[in-house]
Write a protein that binds this ligand. Structure first.
Ligand SMILES: NC(=O)C1=CN([C@@H]2O[C@H](COP(=O)(O)OP(=O)(O)OC[C@H]3O[C@@H](n4cnc5c(N)ncnc54)[C@H](OP(=O)(O)O)[C@@H]3O)[C@@H](O)[C@H]2O)C=CC1
Ligand SMILES: CCCCCCCCCCCCCCCC(=O)[C@@H](N)CO
Length: 359
């Protein structure tokens, strides 16, 4: 064997061996692509199974907690415009009567009825159960429950009274558990229904100033996901809505104590009108979509934070798969800018304190 022969066979061996390794990433890529194609095909095959039949609002009985003001009132009006019978639930009777008049103006036929019930949804379960029973006797079984009663508070963690952490959890979380608990048995028996929870964009991300509020809205996500898994075989669909800042009396009240940081960060996704929020969330609930978001930031936040939440359409699932990495990249920039807002506010405060001391 000559020197050259030995050399060239070593080279061929070397190439053969190494080109194998070089091909590995390509093979892996092919396998991944094959998996994605198979997955997409599978999704299309099961699509009729995961898209629920839309609910007919015409003639349906819709209960709206927090229906006397803001987003809840707009939701009631939106449903009324589609022919629903409405029960408004809130505490203040005069606000209820006023809201009833406004909702009645949206009637599309003369059979429609608006019922008002004054109750605190967060205190005594028995009371909530009994008012739900009353309204079912008058307007028939509840087809859709909208849990919109809630309240917000913003402030720095150490400045929020300890009591506030409990009260927000009570109103926003337990105030959604109780009415849901009161309607669910009948819905299961009838094998139909819709439950909506009104969370918030602050129920998808924790922000400066929302240490008391955010957890009460995050809690609704856990409730909604667990409940949906239990209820799906009974043809009951759960929707969780994540509105941005919305122009309501509730927001005006919240703004009175809002730290500058919270205001600047929230401005990112702007202020929406309650009518617009109502249109979107009602449509999603009727279609049985689990997730309901408002605006482009809302869309990105929902795709980014979808986690293990149920998927209600093929396009939704595909969009999440495709956009997640991109949205995380965008989110990192947002997070950076939020941190710099917080830092700038702190520096400015310290500077103005120093000036005050000198004077
Ligand atoms: N506005 C916003 O920027 C956003 C609001 N949200 C959420 O949307 C929901 C509605 O907000 P918004 O429209 O601004 O609020 P409003 O303050 O304008 O309305 C709140 C409604 O809930 C009722 N309510 C409050 N507490 C109770 C209770 N314990 N029992 C029964 N009813 C109650 C109120 O009536 P009464 O006081 O007479 O009981 C009122 O009808 C809230 O859950 C809020 O967290 C989410 C994202 C953004
Ligand atoms: C890809 C990533 C996109 C990230 C976008 C982030 C936008 C953050 C804005 C958060 C706004 C919080 C509003 C809370 C509203 C609320 O619940 C209270 N006003 C209730 O009164």
């Amino acid at each position: 064997m000559s020197y050259e022969e030995g050399f060239s066979s070593t080279i061929t061996d070397w190439l053969f061996f190494n080109s194998w390794w070089l091909l590995l990433p390509l093979i892996m890529l092919l396998v991944v692509v094959a998996f994605i194609v198979a997955f997409v095909l599978l999704l299309y095959m099961i699509s009729p199974l995961i898209s629920p039949k839309p609910l007919k609002l015409n003639g349906a009985h819709v209960v709206v907690t927090g229906g006397s003001s803001g987003i809840g009132k707009s939701i009631a009006m939106e449903c009324y415009r589609q022919g629903a019978f409405i029960t408004l639930v809130a505490r203040d009777e005069s606000k209820l009567v006023q809201a009833k008049k406004e909702v009645e103006k949206c009637a599309i036929n003369d059979k429609q009825v608006v019922l008002c019930i004054s109750v605190d949804v967060s205190k005594d379960y028995r009371q909530v159960e009994s008012v739900i029973k009353q309204c079912q006797e008058k307007l028939g079984p509840v087809d859709m429950l909208v849990n919109c009663a809630g309240t917000s508070f913003s402030g720095k963690f150490e400045e929020v009274e300890v009591e506030r952490f409990r009260s927000l959890m009570e109103v926003n979380y337990l105030g959604s558990v109780y009415p849901t608990r009161a309607v669910i048995t009948t819905m299961k028996e009838r094998r139909m229904g819709r439950i909506m929870f009104v969370s918030s964009q602050a129920g998808q991300i924790g922000l400066f100033g929302y240490t008391a509020y955010s957890p009460s809205k995050f809690a609704l996500r856990g409730l909604a996901e667990s409940l949906q898994m239990e209820m799906k075989p009974y043809n009951i669909y759960v929707t969780i809505a994540y509105p941005p800042d919305t122009d309501t009396p509730g927001l005006a009240e919240e703004n009175r104590t809002k730290p500058l940081e919270t205001r600047l960060i929230s401005e990112t996704s702007g202020v929406t009108q309650p009518e617009q929020v109502a249109k979107i969330v009602v449509k999603d609930a009727v279609q049985g979509n689990f997730n309901s978001s408002v605006g482009p930031d809302g869309y990105m936040l929902s795709a980014l934070t979808c986690g293990m939440s149920p998927v209600t359409s093929i396009t939704e699932g595909l969009q999440q798969i495709v956009t997640m990495g991109l949205f995380r990249t965008i989110a990192l920039f947002y997070l950076g800018s939020f941190d710099s807002i917080v830092r700038r506010c702190m520096i400015e405060r310290e500077q103005s304190k120093a000036v005050d001391k000198r004077e």
